[in-house]
Write a protein that binds this ligand. Structure first.
Ligand code: SF4
Length: 746
């Protein structure tokens, strides 16, 4: 490997505590009562292969077990996503397994919603209650009145339950609240969404452009490893970010763009590429259409035009454009992941996709690759199962909704949980592994919709905020305690990885496959779950191809045959659009009444004296899912709000006693929503017109005793959002805050 573990850590965990964590994890361990206990040692008496779920990247892990306890988790060297290494969160997964605040027993509500008052009951009692409540919803409102919100691999069992039940209303916030706009934009441009993991070739890129990507803070393991490799081989980074991020610290060019003006910058870059003939003319002639329209479109969008909009000087726009163009085709524009910012996000992602086409990087080494899936047949279900449903998905309002949404909108399902917003009214939710209170904008709207429900079931490992609103809460086993379906996403090296229980489930928690099957049994759908358990399910899938379960269980992963991933390896370059051409100018968007080429439209400014609220990631955390993890929270115990040090000097209300680094402040948004007290970080590393905080803190769930009350929640301040008219994403960077010293009267 071309880089050392030390280089990886430097890039991946450059923020405070990261390096300390990497060396400290194996020497600090937590007992069930939450107190540190002596390290039980790292020389396990057995090692079990599985795949990680501290985030949803799915790295292969090797869990070391001694005397029935997991003592250490390392990366599986055979697994293409981990390649022998884990990010700090994966290495800290025992902090989840041994979290003393885990859900331990099934809970049934014994007070009104919103009051966190539950009674512990047996599994039988809880499951019978779930079945009775679902059947009641069916009787009164129909089967389609049930919706599932899901995030994580265990969701597969509940999706199957929904299919059997007969409701199409299955949504994940990871689409309309995260990567949806890029999927729509790449589908329009190249005829295919990108999916996860993104099929990009960071390792072989000579220039990597990050515009809304924060590698090193966003710790998708493989990508951070590849970034370290690429930098080691001499690749240059162009980073567009209002913040001097971890990646910006490694960049050749940092462009501190004014928030909301990225499209103007992208158009100006394209103007330079066209004017200076830095695009791949031969490639475009063979594989794209609409170049002349694009040239005309960007003709006036010079760096001088973009300067007053973006705040980026023309010289810097030109120099960075020449660097990006000079590295083509191994010039990678990273597509980003959390892409819902301003409601025009599909158009911004379109501009990125078009830029990638100008560079000739689609289907080329150092650009976008062709992935492949490990060929595994589905589990053979018995014939003649009862089929229900046929209803249209409730996220589509009567006018047809958002025409290029490629997945169900979680926000659309929320909207449909109210009379008059949909084809029909949703009356029951199953919420699997996602804390909607932090994931969705406009919390009060969400609460109103929850109050409209007849029934809500939450299935989770930890008592997240959303569980406090549920009628029944079922404790799921962690990924280290349960078998699951195999993971076989499309990737540049096809693979199939196993999730297997490393230790027995603690407390009275149960695996998701068991919970879904038991619910199905109780509502007359047991025939849809013919497998004895998840192990038998996976064995049956493998057996159809003559593959050995034992081999997969021992190695953790089966590798498919290598595939041609780019033109240089013999793969065809063409797009998957109807005519096989990359759509620079989109007739599809035009026909739907949208701009066929991305336009810059100014964003609304905030009130005088306010700052645009931006949020992001920390390398040690996965949103609020890890804020209660003592191993990870030790080095990064709470978020802080980044504020430009100069801007702080002229803050109204701080004339007598200026704000100092580390002071506690309260953020108050344009609608009067107030944050919990949070420490301020005064820094030159952010523009003066915005503030930044890491997402996931400010938890209001008291049962998460460590996370409760730490830091502040950006979600609580996201009272407004702007919906992307093309695919329905909820742009959330449209809120503004002013700053008060903590303790001042509201
Ligand atoms: Fe686990 Fe980190 Fe990989 Fe995510 S990126 S799956 S947290 S090791």
């Amino acid at each position: 490997m071309a880089f050392t573990r030390r280089q990886f850590i430097q890039i991946g965990a450059a923020t405070a505590g990261g390096a300390a964590l990497a060396s400290g994890l194996s020497t600090r361990w937590w007992g069930l009562d939450g107190d540190p206990v002596p390290n039980p040692g790292t020389d396990g008496d057995r090692v079990v292969a599985s795949y990680c779920e501290l985030c949803f990247w799915g790295c292969g892990v090797l869990a070391h077990v001694k005397d029935g306890r997991v003592t250490k988790i390392t990366g599986n060297p055979e697994h293409p996503l981990s390649r022998g290494m884990l990010c700090p969160r994966g290495a800290g997964a025992t902090g989840l397994l041994y979290d003393p605040d885990r859900l331990k027993k099934p809970l049934v509500r014994r007070a009104q919603r919103g009051e966190d008052v539950f009674e512990e009951v047996s599994w039988d009692a809880a499951l019978n209650e779930v079945a009775a409540r679902l059947e009641d919803v069916e009787r009164r409102h129909g089967r389609e009145a049930l919706a599932l919100f899901t995030h994580g691999s265990g969701g597969v069992w509940f999706k199957h339950l929904m299919k059997a039940w007969g409701s199409p209303n299955i949504g994940a916030p990871s689409y309309a609240q995260c990567r949806g706009p890029r999927e729509a934009a790449f589908s329009v441009t190249y005829g295919t969404p990108l999916g996860s993991p993104e099929p990009i070739d960071i390792t072989n890129a000579r220039c990597i452009t990050l515009i809304g990507s924060h590698l090193g803070e966003n710790m998708h393991n493989t990508q951070v490893q590849e970034l370290a490799e690429a930098i080691g081989k001499g690749a240059g980074l162009v980073v567009v970010d209002p913040r001097f991020s971890v990646a910006a610290g490694k960049a050749k060019y940092w462009l501190p763009v004014k928030p909301g003006t990225d499209i103007a910058l992208l158009l100006a870059w394209m103007n330079v590429l066209v004017a200076e003939k830095l695009y791949d003319a031969e490639y475009l002639a063979a594989h794209a259409e609409g170049l002349e329209e694009l040239k005309a479109h960007v003709a006036g969008k010079t760096p001088e035009w973009a300067y007053p909009i973006t705040g980026i000087k023309p010289d810097l726009i030109r120099a960075s454009a020449r660097f990006i163009g000079g590295a083509r085709p191994a010039s990678l524009v990273h597509p980003g992941r959390h892409t819902v910012w301003y409601g025009d996000d599909t158009q911004r992602e379109r501009a990125m996709a078009i830029l990638a086409a100008l560079l000739g990087s689609w289907g080329r080494k150092g650009g976008y690759l062709v992935g492949g899936k490990y060929p595994l047949p589905a589990y053979p279900l018995p014939p003649n199962l009862p089929h229900h449903g046929g209803a249209e998905v409730a996220d589509k309002p009567k006018n047809g909704g958002y025409p290029l949404a490629t997945e169900v909108l979680a926000s659309g399902l929320c909207d449909a949980t109210k009379p008059g917003h949909s084809l029909y009214d949703l009356k029951a939710w199953i919420v699997y592994g996602c804390n909607l209170m932090q994931a969705m904008p406009a919390r009060q709207e969400l609460v109103d919709k929850i109050q409209h429900l007849d029934f809500m079931l939450a299935v989770d490992v930890l008592p997240a905020e959303i569980a406090g609103w549920a009628d029944v809460v079922l404790p799921e086993a962690t990924f280290l305690e349960r078998d699951d379906d195999v993971s076989a996403p499309s990737y540049k090296r096809p693979f199939a990885a196993i999730r297997q229980a490393v230790v027995e489930p603690m407390y009275d928690s149960r695996p998701g496959w068991w919970i879904a099957k038991e619910i199905a049994n109780r509502v007359g759908l047991g025939g849809w779950f013919p497998w004895k358990d998840a192990k038998e399910y996976v064995k049956t899938r493998l057996a159809q191809k003559g593959l050995s379960y034992e081999e997969l269980a021992a190695k953790g992963v089966l590798l498919g045959a290598p595939i041609a991933t780019c033109e240089e390896e013999g793969a065809p370059v063409g797009a998957a659009t109807q005519n096989g051409k990359i759509q620079l100018f989109s007739k599809e968007l035009l026909a739907l009444g949208f701009d066929p080429l991305p336009q810059y439209v100014p964003q609304e400014e905030g009130p005088q004296g306010s700052f645009r609220l931006l949020s992001g990631r920390a390398p040690l955390h996965t949103f609020g899912r890890t804020t209660n993890n003592r191993l990870l929270a030790g080095p990064y115990p709470e978020n802080e709000v980044w504020l430009n040090a100069d801007a702080a000097k002229s803050l109204p209300g701080f004339e007598v006693q200026p704000l100092a680094n580390g002071d506690k402040v309260v953020l108050v948004n344009q609608d009067g929503a107030r944050s919990t007290p949070v420490r301020v970080k005064l820094t030159e590393r952010i523009r003066g017109d915005c503030v930044f905080m890491v997402h996931g803190w400010g938890q209001t769930a008291k049962r998460q005793r460590y996370a409760y009350g730490r830091g502040a929640s950006d979600a609580q301040l996201t009272t407004r959002y702007k919906v992307d008219p093309i695919m329905g994403g909820t742009g959330m960077n449209v809120n503004f805050v002013r700053i008060e010293r903590a303790g001042e009267a509201a």
